[in-house]
Design a protein around this ligand. Sequence first.
Ligand code: SF4
Length: 91
Amino acid sequence: MMNPLRKIDRRHTKGGGAESERAQMYPHPVTTPKHTVDQVGLCKTCRHATAITNVSGSIFYRCSLSESDPRFCKYPSLPVIRCTGYEPKTS
Ligand code: SF4
C-alpha cells in the first residue's frame, strides 16, 4: 500500500541536484484548500506556524523559529514529520 504522504514529497525528491536546491529555496504550498494534518504534518498544530494563503488559494506554512534559529526553514517542506522545535498550540 502506498503511503499517502509520499504524494506531496515526490516532486521535491525527483531529479535531486539543482531541483532539490530549488525545492529548498521556495515555499511549498499545500495546493488543496482543505488541507489536513496528514498533508501538513506537525506545522498544522504548532504554535510557531502561521498559515498564509496567497491570491491563487495555495496555503503556505511559515515557521517563526526561522527568524531566530537557522536550523529551521522559513517555509518548511511539507509534511513535517519530525521537528525539534514543535510545540503544540494552546487554545
Ligand atoms: S517549529 Fe517545526 S513544527 Fe513548528 S512551525 Fe516550525 S517547522 Fe513547523
